[in-house]
Design a protein around this ligand. Structure first.
Ligand SMILES: [Fe+2]
Length: 430
């Protein structure tokens, strides 16, 4: 990967991978996506700087995960490790999980409760807001060594991020003057976000975590691509959860075009009735396929919403999932251009009956890395990454629903993907 090594065997400089400045978007514009947005290290580094560390609100936690003072959770903003902490006064703080002294990722537990954070390396200690409290041997020993006289603890706290919450969901930003979270999320997206997060207390049911060997943007594209849902997922098609012809929409926010809601309304029937013409287009439709336990796809109406499913992509790292009664958030943690970690947090509400909790858990089998839907998406994205990494054809085609950029009432549309790339190219200067 690297051009040369100096006499100490250290890396002298990057190899000639074309720097992002040399990459030119193809002349087809938004009707195509060049392969290098998924494979280039230079592009990835620019994304971390301009997007994840830039002017965006990033999901970091649910408030229910840090419910009491002293509770903390390890999380990420982009690839960067952070800690989400609730202080004694109830306020929530997010800071880098990087000791201000020598850079150690000091918080080692995925979550817990404590009075302070102590770096295991040299025992620098920080309060629950990320302020430096103690430095061992600050004045040296026997009048020798120690920190300079003018060393002030307040100059050496942890790197703190801006924090905003809405109805129990915690977001953070490296940007110090971010616009209010509500403005960032936009009214179109808040409409369905607030259906899941209405302010009711959440009950966390558990986590899944898996690596997807694909570029992180592909997950956004996948959920701005209702076309695939009608073709790839036998489960959705056969059991009528998302079927071409159902009342559906692919909503993009009108301000940035980066957030989206894929929405569909299931009919009352358990098994989809599909016309002969539509059926011919869908190889994934299997007439006669029956469920042993039909409760798996039973939708218990609990929300004031016309939709039985809403999958929200919130730029740059959050998916809010409401598929009938299974609820969850998915946190995207990018891991280089060709990989990301997906952290799934499944939840219900504190006032759910035991029966409702069991129903949510049963229906949760649709989701997660080996879920009846999740499995197929993960594999499809892996195939795409393999294709774009190894072939030389150069670009993919994004022409469905021509001329439209943003919201579409048709499922057979790539208009929301185009809206995302319109913004992406602006921010990334491509
Ligand atoms: Fe899918």
């Amino acid at each position: 990967m690297y051009a040369s090594q100096n006499i100490f065997g250290r890396v002298a400089g990057p190899k000639k991978e074309p720097g992002a400045e040399n990459l030119v978007w193809p002349e087809q514009g938004l009707e195509c996506i060049p392969d290098w947005v998924y494979t280039s290290e230079a592009i990835y580094e620019r994304e971390v700087e301009k997007i994840f560390h830039g002017r965006t609100w990033n999901f970091v936690a649910l408030e229910a995960e840090v419910a009491a003072p002293g509770d903390y959770k390890r999380s990420h903003v982009g690839p960067t490790p952070v800690v989400v902490s609730r202080a004694e006064d109830g306020s929530i703080h997010v800071f880098e999980n990087r000791c201000a002294h020598r850079g150690a990722e000091f918080c080692r537990n995925s979550h817990g409760n404590n009075n302070e954070f102590v770096c295991p390396y040299h025992q620098w200690s920080y309060d629950l807001k990320g302020n430096l409290q103690g430095v061992p041997f600050k004045r040296g020993v026997n009048k020798a060594g120690g920190m300079p006289r003018d060393f002030k603890n307040e100059d050496h706290g942890l790197k703190k991020l801006s924090v905003a919450t809405r109805n129990g969901v915690v977001f953070a930003s490296f940007c110090e003057d971010m616009e209010p979270l509500e403005d960032y999320l936009t009214p179109e997206i808040l409409k369905d976000f607030d259906v899941v997060f209405s302010g009711k207390k959440l009950r966390i049911h558990g986590y899944y975590k898996n690596e997807v060997p694909a570029n992180w943007k592909m997950y956004h594209e996948n959920l701005k691509d209702p076309y695939h849902a009608t073709l790839l997922h036998s489960f959705l098609v056969v059991f009528g959860l998302v079927v071409a012809g159902n009342k559906s929409a692919m909503i993009a926010d009108g301000k940035y075009g980066i957030h989206g809601t894929m929405a569909s309304a299931k009919s009352e029937d358990i098994y989809a009735s599909v016309s002969e013409d539509t059926r011919k287009e869908m190889r994934s439709f299997h007439a006669g396929m029956k469920l042993e336990d039909e409760r798996l796809v039973q939708y218990i109406k609990e929300f004031d919403s016309p939709w039985s499913v809403t999958m929200q992509t919130i730029w740059p790292n959050l998916i809010v999932q409401r598929e009938m009664n299974t609820l969850g958030v998915r946190h995207i943690v990018p891991n280089g251009p060709g990989s990301f970690i997906m952290v799934w947090t499944m939840f219900g509400y504190e006032d759910d009956t035991d029966e409702m909790t069991r129903h949510r858990l049963r229906q949760g089998n649709l989701m997660g890395p080996s879920g009846f839907l999740g499995l197929e998406d993960n594999e499809a994205l892996k195939f795409v990454q393999e294709g774009v990494s190894k072939s030389v054809s150069g670009r993919s085609v994004v022409k469905l629903d021509p001329g439209n950029i943003g919201t579409s009432e048709s499922l057979i549309s790539e208009a929301a993907i185009r809206a995302m790339y319109l913004h992406y190219r602006e921010v990334m200067d491509l």
